[in-house]
Write a protein that binds this ligand. Structure first.
Ligand code: NDP
Length: 317
C-alpha cells in the first residue's frame, strides 16, 4: 500500500473555523452522524472571544460573556462527537471531490464536504491603547455593544457605510456621537450620508485621526484626535470608542478554489449556504459582510450542515 494514502485521513464533513457558524454547523453535522472534524483556526471561538457581554443572543436572558458563550458552543459540539482540533488549515484543493486539505499539524485530509466558517476579522487602527481598552470601552461592533453606552457620549472612526450606519444606530442610544473621518468626504452611500448629516446628535469631525484612547481603571474616558491638515490635537470626552474601518474576510487560503466577491467574501447562492463548488458550503461572516451577528452566523451554520448532509445523501444514493 502506498504510504501517502495511509497518511491521509478521510472525513465526511470538515468544518474550518470555530465561531458561532462553525460550532452550529458542527452540532448539526454531528447529530446527523457525519462525524465532523473541526479545525478551530487562529482565534478559537472567533470574534466573540474578544467581546465582553453578549446581550442579544436569544436564550441568555441575563446576557453572557462572549468567551463563555463560545465555550458553551464548544461543549455542545463535543458532546455530540465533533472532533475539535486546535490548528489552522494551510492549503486546500477544491478542484475535485473528495477535497484535499492540509493543516498546520501536518495532517492531510480528504473531505467529502467542507464547511467554510473562517469568519472575518475587524480591522483595527493599531494603537497600543486601542488594544489596552478592547472590551472596556473600545468596540468593533455598535450593534453588539452600543446598548452599554446609553445616554453617554461616544466616538466612532470610519467613513464607509458601516461607520455611517453604526453612527446613526448609536445616535438613537447615546447623547452625542462624534464621527471621525480621516478625509473631508464620506465614502458611505449618499443615502447613508444624508442620514448622518440629518441626525442632530452626530457631530462630524473631518480630516482627523485617532491618536490615542484615553482611559483609567474604569475603562475609556476619552479620545485624543489630530487634525491631519492643521496638526492640531484635541481631547474628546467619551466613554465608548467604536472602530468601523472595515472587515477583512479570512479567505486567503480559499483564493482560486471557490468563487469570492470583489471584497474577498465567499459567494453563496442567495438563501442557501452553497458556494460555487458542489460539496463546499459557507456560513457566517466569511460569506456575510452585511448582518455579521452571532445569531445570523449560527443560522447559516445550521443551513450549511443540513445542506452538507443532504448533499452526501444525494451522492451516496
Ligand atoms: P469600507 O472599506 O467601505 O470603509 C472603510 C472606511 O474606513 C473608509 O472610509 C476608510 O477611509 C476608513 N479607514 C480605513 N482604514 C482606516 C484607518 N487606518 N484609519 C482611519 N480610517 C480608515 O468598509 P465598511 O465596513 O464601511 O463597508 C464594507 C462594505 O460593506 C462596503 O462595500 C459597504 O458599502 C458595505 N456595507 C453596506 C451597508 C449597507 O448597504 N447598508 C452597511 C455596511 C456595509 P477612506 O474613505 O479614506 O478610505
Amino acid at each position: 500500500m502506498n504510504s501517502m494514502s495511509e497518511e491521509i485521513e478521510k472525513v465526511r464533513c470538515l468544518i474550518i473555523g470555530s465561531g458561532p457558524a462553525g460550532y452550529t454547523a458542527a452540532i448539526y453535522a454531528a447529530r446527523a452522524d457525519l462525524r465532523p472534524v473541526m479545525y478551530q483556526g487562529l482565534q478559537p471561538g472567533g470574534q466573540l472571544t474578544i467581546t465582553t457581554d453578549v446581550d442579544n443572543y436569544p436564550g441568555y436572558p441575563y446576557g453572557i460573556k462572549g468567551p463563555e458563550m463560545m465555550e458553551d458552543f464548544n461543549k455542545q459540539a463535543v458532546r455530540f462527537g465533533t472532533d475539535v482540533r486546535f490548528g489552522i488549515v494551510t492549503w486546500v484543493d477544491f478542484s475535485q471531490r473528495p477535497f484535499l486539505v492540509e493543516a498546520d499539524d501536518g495532517k492531510k485530509i480528504l473531505a467529502e464536504t467542507v464547511i467554510l466558517a473562517t469568519g472575518a476579522s475587524a480591522m483595527w487602527l493599531g494603537l497600543e491603547t486601542e488594544k489596552l481598552y478592547m472590551g472596556q470601552g473600545v468596540s468593533g461592533c455598535a450593534t453588539c455593544d452600543g446598548f452599554f453606552y446609553r445616554g453617554q457620549d461616544v466616538a466612532i472612526v470610519g467613513g464607509g457605510d458601516t461607520a455611517a450606519e453604526e453612527a446613526t444606530y448609536l445616535a438613537k442610544l447615546c447623547r452625542k456621537v462624534y464621527l471621525i473621518h480621516r478625509r473631508n468626504e464620506l465614502r458611505a452611500s449618499k443615502a447613508m450620508q444624508h442620514k448622518v448629516f440629518s441626525t442632530p446628535n452626530i457631530e462630524m469631525i473631518w480630516d482627523s485621526v485617532a491618536e490615542e484612547v484615553l482611559g483609567d481603571d474604569s475603562g475609556v474616558t476619552g479620545l485624543r484626535i489630530r487634525n491631519v491638515k492643521s496638526g492640531e490635537e484635541q481631547d474628546l470626552t467619551v466613554t465608548g470608542f467604536f472602530v468601523a474601518i472595515g472587515h477583512s474576510p479570512n479567505t486567503e487560503v480559499f483564493r482560486g478554489q471557490v468563487e469570492l466577491d470583489k471584497a474577498g467574501y465567499v459567494k453563496t447562492i442567495p438563501g442557501t449556504a452553497r458556494t460555487s463548488v458542489e460539496g463546499i458550503f459557507a456560513a457566517g461572516d466569511v460569506q456575510d459582510h452585511y448582518y455579521r451577528q452571532a445569531i445570523t452566523a449560527a443560522g447559516t451554520g445550521c443551513m450549511a450542515a443540513i445542506e452538507a448532509e443532504r448533499f452526501l445523501s444525494s451522492v451516496h444514493q
